[in-house]
Ligand binder design. Structure first.
Ligand code: FAD
Length: 382
């Protein structure tokens, strides 16, 4: 098969690796608009469960990535100055740049060609796409190719109201942490975790009103960093916040009713985005690649395989997508929720998507369940 992949992020790279592994005779080229080694962001996080799925579906990929991951067994909620460690929530993280470098080397070893600085903005680009049996659109949330075909695909894009900015820091944290600090402008949240021995992701999220009151609209990039460093001074311990073209953004919750047309199929963030607060975007991108390669293996023709891909993938993906949207909305009310006592706040965080009930909180962290029961006697009698 002649396969052309638009976008060399986790979705496109994993898909290329899986197909080439299935049949080395496939002619696969990935076109990415960026130069090799250019990437935004810092580290990305995977939950233990996400890694289990990856291991079950693609042991080779798991073995490739896991030695380069930072791992820890707990998460910590910081409610102003109260720290609440919560057991039973294992996570692993890896730098995005490192993740991509490992994947580039892996697919190139398998015989896939990656063309960098090779943007594709139209399906009629005969030079790059001509004669392809299958075109995989894996070019991320802002995919222009998807936008050009919204009616066909039944695309919806719901811009969420919170503002976030993806920073890093040289402070290395000992667990995945969510720090919420009340300021005179409103609540600031940092999602922070170590992703290498010397770096952590430090993503700052605020409600829109807080962002306006703090006047981020008019602050320079240096001014915004200085402001966040002041808010999180106790958490940064004298370390600086680092920028990597970091900009304030709103999160687009993207969905498509139809995932393919003709010989074109969407995967990864181009297909759907999942709010970063559940740490699943990269996992979902990889799982799309796994499901699409499985569908192609199981069906005899491309149209059948593309229909089968959507059938296979829709139920598990929709569950996570729904949970991610509920989680995003929880952060949009964090100013209100911060008024809770720290234990209640941590409990609210744990149960925010409805996928974790009291019994599950108890299983993961009996201490938190008991502390909550003391505040709410009789509410969750076992
Ligand atoms: C702030 C933030 C924090 C996040 N945190 C996490 C996290 O902790 N854990 C997690 O799992 N996920 C996280 N994610 C999500 C994760 O980064 C994405 O879900 C994941 O990268 C999606 O992979 P992808 O391959 O679909 O797209 P991308 O990684 O976006 O890759 C798309 C590729 O397509 C290329 N491209 C774009 N347009 C074109 C074009 N016209 N022609 C050719 N190439 C093109 C780009 O250069 C890019 O290399 C986060 C996202 C954000 C925004």
């Amino acid at each position: 098969m002649k396969i052309r992949i638009i976008g060399g992020g986790p979705a496109g790279l994993c898909f290329a690796a899986l197909l080439k592994r299935d049949d080395p005779a496939h002619d696969i080229v990935i076109h990415d608009r960026g130069p090799r080694g250019a990437t935004w962001g810092f580290g990305v996080v995977f939950s233990d469960r996400a890694l289990e799925f990856l291991r079950a579906d693609d042991e080779a990929m798991f073995q490739l990535l896991s030695p380069h991951m930072e791992t820890w067994p707990n998460l910590t909620i910081v409610h102003n100055d109260t720290r609440i460690p919560i057991a039973g929530n294992g996570f692993a993280a890896i730098g995005r740049q490192q993740l991509l470098s490992l994947l580039y080397a892996h697919v190139e070893d398998l015989g896939v060609r990656i063309e960098f600085e090779s943007p594709i903005d139209s399906f009629s680009d005969r030079d790059k796409l001509g004669g392809a049996d299958l075109i995989v659109v894996a070019n991320g949330a802002a995919s222009f190719l998807r936008k050009q075909n919204e009616l066909r695909l039944g695309t919806s894009c719901d811009w969420r109201t919170n503002k976030f900015i993806w920073y890093g820091t040289s402070r290395v944290f000992d667990s995945l942490s969510l720090t919420f600090r009340q300021t005179e402008h409103g609540v600031f949240c940092a999602h922070h975790y170590r992703y290498s021995p010397s770096r952590s992701t430090f993503l700052v999220e605020v409600e829109e009103e807080t962002w306006k009151r703090a006047d981020f609209e008019h602050l320079s990039p240096e001014g915004a960093i200085a402001h966040c460093e002041r808010v999180f001074a106790k958490d940064l311990g004298g370390h600086p916040i680092l920028s990597n073209n970091s900009q304030w953004r709103n999160f687009p919750a993207i969905w498509n009713e139809r995932w393919s047309f003709d010989n074109v199929v969407l995967v990864g963030d181009a297909l759907r985005t999942a709010h970063f607060s559940i740490g699943s975007g990269t996992r979902l991108a990889m799982e799309d690649a796994i499901a699409l390669s499985k569908a192609l293996r199981e069906k005899g023709s491309i149209p059948e395989a593309l229909a089968h891909f959507q059938e296979l993938r829709l139920p598990p993906m929709k569950k996570i997508w729904d949970a991610a949207n509920v989680s995003a909305r929880w952060y949009e009310r964090m100013g209100e929720i911060m008024k809770l006592d720290p234990v209640e706040f941590a409990y609210s965080y744990m149960t925010r998507t409805g996928r974790v009930d009291h019994a599950e909180v108890r299983r993961r962290d009996p201490g938190l369940a008991e502390a909550y029961e003391r505040l709410h006697p009789g509410e969750n009698a076992a």
